[in-house]
Design a protein around this ligand. Structure first.
Ligand code: NAP
Ligand code: MG
Length: 463
């Protein structure tokens, strides 16, 4: 099998320096479908140098020029939409409908949102006798996970380029084919050479070299809290700016008297989408004791519609499946009641896990505290609203949440949740609203104007 280039530096593809290429596995068939060259620390160094050289010119490019290139990037991605969706299905296992609607269309929309934003953003404002300038931070090292392979890339690269920064991207080792398509789209969009660079490779090799490189001014990372903590410490030691999008254990709270059917339907759709491999998944469902058994019964009925291999895809890798099955076994051992699913693989081939529901989950159990990153949902009982709030806020995470109930009550409850975004009575995802975490779910925000300012320095000139 031909080894595809994974290193894109200074506007050109090159073969990578690391010995072993990455094997890309189709998680639905367990077959190796491609090999991609893995970058070394030397490749990272070359990429950072190219980004440094390109920085002054790109930082000085008028916002209208940056907007035009981002619009061209959006269009180049849209031209490749079918290929992107098919590639996400092949290397992540996402069902085709999800691959098209979410994995492909969302990042196209996000790229477009930054083309619009940069054209109108006030990079210069007046405060009394001062002119306040918003200037690009410099060279950004972006490290992304596999769960939304294109969206995670675009949510960093588009605002960084819009701000006038240059970028070196280290995408996830499991999903380099989608990252290659993105780099091709950047190339076609006509950005000056060196503005965007990519080094496919391993986290502890290429990722670590990027974080530690003195030529990198800012590190933007999405992934696990364990790796994020290490990256934050390294960046802090060098006094680099850092943005961290980490894990979650988000709660969907059904306040007393909530309309159960739509709440359960929407919560499961959220928790099981992308096979539960979402940082913002609503994996804890909190229900008042008087409605608890009815809610669990509704959920058990609804989950039967999530047929593995049809509506729900496999997990990304054998390693992730082992991890998730381990948590299911732990839930049983901890004394939670298995209502649907379980540890037995539903299909003989592919990294599938049955969508699994646990009832009688106590707030201190591991399955109620730790991020599982698979299709596993825990149902917890509460006594009253104060109890619900204590349980909802009672984890180290604070990424997302949902509340269902009478509109005023639900809105008031949402304001008291320690989470970066809360959906009230089924409020829809907004790609221009800030996204990010409280507590150990991260530092900083992505998307929209808040995502842009992460990549900007503030300077004041006094006259
Ligand atoms: P991860 O290890 O945190 O990886 C995220 C990114 O960081 C990948 O590009 C990874 O490279 C890179 N990386 C790993 N170690 C690094 C290091 N020492 N220095 C610099 N970069 C490094 O996450 P994962 O392995 O993909 O998944 C493990 C768990 O993380 C999941 O089970 C889930 O709980 C969590 N996760 C959370 C999110 C989220 O959005 N919050 C997304 C994905 C995963 P490699 O690709 O080579 O590992
Ligand atoms: Mg990893």
């Amino acid at each position: 099998m031909k080894v595809l280039d994974g290193v894109y530096v200074d506007g050109a593809w090159r073969s990578a320096g690391a010995a072993e290429p990455l094997a890309v596995v189709d998680p639905a068939t367990e077959e190796v479908v491609a090999r991609v060259g893995a970058g070394s620390a030397q490749d990272v160094d070359a990429a950072v140098r190219a980004a440094r050289d390109a920085f002054p010119g790109w930082a000085a490019a008028p916002p209208a020029e940056r907007a035009a290139r981002l619009a061209a990037l959006r269009d180049a991605m849209a031209t490749r939409a079918d290929e992107i969706a098919a590639t996400v299905t092949r290397e992540l296992g996402a069902p085709p409908k999800l691959a098209k609607a979410v994995h492909t269309q969302l990042p196209i929309a996000v790229a477009g949102s930054y083309a619009d934003l940069v054209a109108s953003y006030p990079f210069e404002t007046q405060v009394g006798n001062s002119t306040v300038l918003m200037e690009p931070v410099g060279v950004v090292g972006a490290i992304t996970p596999w769960n939304y392979p294109l969206h995670q890339i675009v949510a960093k690269v588009a605002p960084a380029l819009a701000a006038g920064c240059t970028v070196v991207l280290k995408p996830a080792e499991n999903t380099p084919l989608t990252a290659r398509l993105f780099a091709e789209a950047v190339h076609e969009a006509g950005f000056p050479a060196g503005v965007f660079n990519m080094v496919v490779g391993l986290g502890p090799v290429a990722g670590q070299a990027l974080v530690e490189h003195p030529g990198v001014d800012m590190v933007s990372f999405t992934g696990s809290t364990a790796v994020g903590r290490r990256i934050g410490a390294l960046a802090g030691g060098a006094v680099k700016r850092v943005a961290l999008e980490l894990g979650g254990k988000s709660a969907s709270v059904l306040l007393p008297g909530a309309d159960l059917a739509p709440a359960i339907k929407a919560t499961l759709a959220n928790a099981l989408s992308n096979s539960g491999q979402r940082c913002s998944a609503l994996t804890r469902v909190l229900v008042h004791r008087d409605q608890y058994e009815e809610a669990v019964a509704l959920a058990a009925e609804a989950v039967a519609g999530y047929v593995p291999g049809e509506r729900i895809g496999p997990l990304v890798s054998a390693e992730q499946r082992e991890r998730v099955v381990g948590y299911i076994e732990k839930g049983v051992a901890e004394g939670a009641r298995l209502v649907a699913g379980g540890p037995t693989p539903p299909l003989s081939r592919g990294y599938y896990v049955s969508p699994t529901l646990f009832a009688d989950v106590a707030p201190e159990m591991a399955i109620a505290q730790e991020e599982i990153f698979g299709p596993v949902v825990a149902f917890l009982r509460f006594e009253d609203e104060e109890d619900a709030l204590r349980i909802a806020n009672g984890t180290v995470y604070g990424l997302a949440g949902a509340v269902w109930g009478a509109p005023d009550e639900a809105a008031a409850f949402a304001r008291r949740m320690e989470a970066g975004q809360v959906d009230v009575n089924g409020g829809r995802f907004n790609a221009r609203a800030p996204f990010g975490g409280y507590k150990q779910s991260g530092i900083g925000r992505e998307l929209g104007e808040h995502g842009l300012t992460e990549y900007l320095h503030t300077k004041s000139l006094q006259f």
